[in-house]
Design a protein around this ligand. Structure first.
Ligand code: GLN
Length: 244
């Protein structure tokens, strides 16, 4: 039995999982296993109470507006308090695209305003303009003086706006990011992270997967190195696709 285990809770895995976001969970599992760290994943679907101490990392993938509507109401009515408790104890919450849009105050779809989990001061508005689609690369500085590139793919109709003083996850090098205008991508507030990057995100950015594992388990970062030839090739490919 490994003495340590990364416990992941996937929120709405049957509804919020477009663009192979499940690959993110698979990569976390493999990188734990390869290092002798245990891994477990459980699902929390519509109507399920969320245990704020039951996982080290909570994950919400991308989704269509239709499915987001169901999840937004459930987040607001069933899981909101538990998610706030996770954030308050510095648990890791990672939300991609449609999931990211539900971290804030609201997702405005025409006349309808979907509630968010209220974890971060941000809001999203569905635009009548073109969807923001394409390969994307951002520069991220999780530790001062140690910039890294995240590369992936984005496809969203919503434009996200961060409140004053809220820190973006990164600065757009190529692509659209939060809203196509301010050069910001994603959000990071404590250990609550939102991003528009699919790809899937983690197989193309193994360094970020390791940072999430280390942060969620309170392990020293960097973790022991792995043979990352394939991951490095996927990352290089994603950078090239974005035109870096
Ligand atoms: N439905 C949302 C939008 O279009 C999110 C899409 C996604 O998760 N790719 O903005």
């Amino acid at each position: 039995m490994p003495e340590r285990e990364l416990r992941v809770c996937a929120l709405y895995p049957d509804l919020m999982n477009i663009y192979a976001d499940r690959g993110n969970l698979l990569l976390l599992e493999r990188r734990c296993q390869w290092r002798g760290i245990g891994f477990s994943v459980r699902a929390s679907g519509l109507g399920d109470e969320l245990d704020p101490d039951g996982a080290d990392l909570y994950y919400i993938g991308g989704g269509q507006d239709r499915d987001q509507r169901l999840c937004a109401l459930d987040l607001a009515e069933v899981k909101r308090d538990a998610l706030h408790a996770v954030a308050d104890r510095d648990g890791v919450i990672l939300a991609v695209c449609g999931g990211y849009q539900l971290l804030g105050h609201s997702y405005q779809l025409g006349d309808e305003s979907l509630p968010g989990a209220g974890l971060v001061d941000l809001h999203t508005v569905r635009s009548d303009g073109p969807r923001l689609i394409g390969n994307v690369a951002i520069e991220v500085e999780l530790q001062p003086g140690r910039p890294h590139v995240l590369a992936g793919f984005e496809n969203h109709g919503g434009r996200t706006h961060l409140g004053p003083g809220v820190r973006p996850l990164g600065k757009v090098l190529k692509g659209h990011g939060n809203n196509g205008t301010d050069g910001h991508e994603g959000v990071i507030a404590g250990n609550v992270i939102g991003t528009y990057l699919h790809g899937p995100l983690l197989p193309k950015n193994a360094w970020f997967a390791d940072w999430l594992i280390a942060t969620a388990l309170r392990l020293p970062d960097p973790l022991p190195a792995l043979d990352d030839a394939l991951e490095a090739a996927a990352h290089a490919d994603a950078r090239r696709a974005a035109g870096l």
